[in-house]
Ligand binder design. Structure first.
Ligand code: CP
Length: 316
């Protein structure tokens, strides 16, 4: 694997999930693969889980890791071509990405959407420039439209904790105070649509996701109906795709509570984190027996390690 930007870069999802679960059992078995290899983690936006879990995964494989919080520590990047750089930007992404590729063997990049210009975000302008110029294998640490390491960890978690061959998985919209990207729900949806699960997406009218990500899912605006007999409930806020980046007033009653869980099959509750307590997800659920959010975050290590391992095998 030379690029990990979406589920479409994976030839065998089942094998990748199995690999992640094997690595969880035996984390240090492949330390030779990363000897004298360096991973560069480049963040244009904040992170706790992605940064620490990917760094841990690389270390487990014997790699060295460099982290650059380029938004705070790097030169201001110019993304546009054919401009006179007489403003605030100091370095063009063409040189910056190419130079990073001189120092590391694999690069991970996090670049959130601006949520202002849908074409720019959905064309993955920043991430694609790293693909074009860095010259080494590339991993998405969450791009404008997808968060594949998160989605792989989510699938690993479902595979690990499911109690029936084909569990019912529900992605349910949750309230928030500000517009959030569609990357996590887009990505979760496209991974679930490729996995062996019965998948439903529930959201209030107006929060339809881009149809390319949801083909094969059952879609409803009735949360109660969606939650019936659910084995896994994935809670997440997102802003509208159309009109892009907008939020609509109301819908606070979409927050998941213990009362709503009664309708599920003792459903396990997931969230990518960070989560705003008692706004996006109730504290009673987060602190209760149905929450698996910390376990899920722990699995971020094994997802990242499985992807890095496949990339390192190609570099040998
Ligand atoms: N879920 C996730 O990606 O967390 P961070 O933003 O903290 O990396």
């Amino acid at each position: 694997m030379k690029l990990f930007s979406s589920v479409h870069d994976v030839t065998d999802i089942k094998a990748l999930v199995a690999e992640a679960l094997q690595l969880k059992q035996n984390p240090y078995a492949h330390q030779h693969l990363g000897k004298n290899k360096t991973l560069g983690l480049v963040f244009l936006n904040p992170s706790l889980r992605t940064r620490m879990s990917t760094q841990k995964a690389a270390t487990n494989l014997g790699m060295n890791v460099m982290v650059l919080n380029i938004d705070k520590e790097g030169w201001a990047l110019e993304l546009r071509d054919s401009v006179v750089m007489d403003g605030d930007t100091v370095e063009h992404i063409r040189e910056a990405a190419a130079v990073m590729g001189q120092y590391v063997d694999i690069i991970g990049v996090r670049s959130f959407p601006g949520l202002k210009n849908r074409d720019e975000d959905y064309n993955e302008v920043i991430f694609n420039k790293f693909i074009e110029y860095c010259g080494v294998p590339l991993i998405s640490l969450e791009s404008a439209t997808r968060h594949p390491l998160q989605s792989l960890a989510d699938l690993v978690t479902i595979e690990e904790l499911k109690t029936k061959p084909r569990p019912k998985v529900v992605l349910t919209w949750a309230p928030h105070i500000k517009p959030l990207p569609q990357a996590v729900p887009n990505s979760f949806a496209e991974w679930m649509c490729r996995a062996d699960v019965d998948f439903t997406i529930a959201y209030p009218a107006g929060y339809e996701l881009f149809a390319d990500f949801t083909k094969g899912a059952t879609i409803t605006t009735n949360q109660e109906e969606a939650l019936a007999d659910a084995d896994f409930i994935y809670v997440k806020n997102w802003s509208a795709y159309e009109p892009y980046g907008k939020v609509f007033p109301g819908n606070e009653d979409w927050m998941l509570t213990n009362q709503k869980l009664k309708n599920t099959n003792n459903g396990k509750v997931m969230h990518c984190l960070p989560v705003r307590r008692n706004l996006e997800l109730s504290a009673e659920i987060l602190d209760g027996p149905n929450s698996i959010v910390v376990h899920e975050a722990g699995n971020r290590v094994w997802a990242a390690q499985a992807v890095l391992k496949q990339m390192l095998e190609k570099l040998q």
